[in-house]
Write a new protein. Structure first.
Length: 267
């Protein structure tokens, strides 16, 4: 298989490294397209594939072309990409907010997969939801799924509209956890704990809590009840969260993210 990655920021580079790690492509068959000169030079030093500054006709010789540029930069590459594509090229887009319909119209191409990964994909711990154009064959879809699966877990959606919800939930989700961790650490510091120790306490607590959630037979309410005792410290904290409508605020934030994703997909 020959793969081209257009746009090699953090996510594009994560894909390149993952594909090589699992022998899904050889360095000789990996083409990286990066317009930023400094980034291009850094990629060349890594020696993970051939690096070029822009899309050209050679890209038609690659089985899968991954679009990992920022959505606002997509227009700039459309014409060159459209003129270079062949009918058998599989386009795999990880650009947020750009629908399959928009890709089909701008590229005059029908073999398209649209995916929404998240940042833990950089560690092979990602969650990626994906969907595809109706013209995709099972064989083509499996090729794309194998690549996406190399960076973590995947789930397929027949309804593309749900990718806006995925963007709000798992795509943006890591930032929500980072936000909570940040304020838990700050609370520890405010109570007199050294910053490094507060950071250790919170991070290890989050890792352990994840393992409990992932392996427990109890539901989330039962897990909460197991930590909380009547009149105790956990109950005091949870009461404050409830009075401040922390849960409702979190849900409103996620729904606001979904609304914004829908707005971007229509622009």
């Amino acid at each position: 298989m020959k793969i081209s990655i257009v746009g090699c920021g953090n996510m594009g580079l994560a894909y390149a490294r993952s594909f090589l790690k699992y022998n899904l492509v050889s360095r000789e068959d990996l083409l990286l397209v990066e317009k930023n000169e400094l980034r291009k030079e850094a990629l060349e030093k890594l020696v993970i594939g051939k690096v070029v500054p822009q899309v050209n006709n050679t890209i038609s010789g690659y089985d899968i072309i991954i679009l990992a540029v920022k959505p606002q930069d997509f227009v700039a590459i459309c014409e060159d990409l459209k003129n270079s594509l062949g009918p058998k090229n599989i386009i795999l887009s990880i650009m947020a907010g750009i629908s399959i319909k928009q890709l089909e119209e701008r590229l005059d191409h029908k073999v398209i997969v649209r995916a929404m990964p998240n940042s833990p994909a950089q560690l092979g711990m990602g969650m990626t939801a994906f969907t595809s154009a109706k013209e995709m064959t099972i064989e083509q879809l499996k090729k794309a799924e194998n690549l996406l699966g190399s960076t973590g877990r995947t789930v397929f959606f027949e309804d593309e509209n749900l990718l806006d919800a995925v963007t709000a939930l798992s795509g943006s989700g890591p930032a929500y956890f980072f936000y909570i961790v940040k304020y838990m650490i700050e609370a520890g510091i405010k109570m007199g704990i050294e910053p490094s120790v507060a950071s250790l306490l919170v991070k290890q607590t989050m890792i352990g809590s994840f393992e409990l959630v992932n392996n427990a037979t109890q539901n989330l309410d039962e897990l909460i009840a197991a930590v909380k005792s009547k009149g105790g410290t956990t109950e005091a904290a949870l009461k404050e969260f409830q009075e401040g409508e922390l849960g409702e605020t979190l849900m409103r934030g996620i729904l606001a993210a979904e609304k914004r994703a829908k707005e971007l997909s229509k622009s």
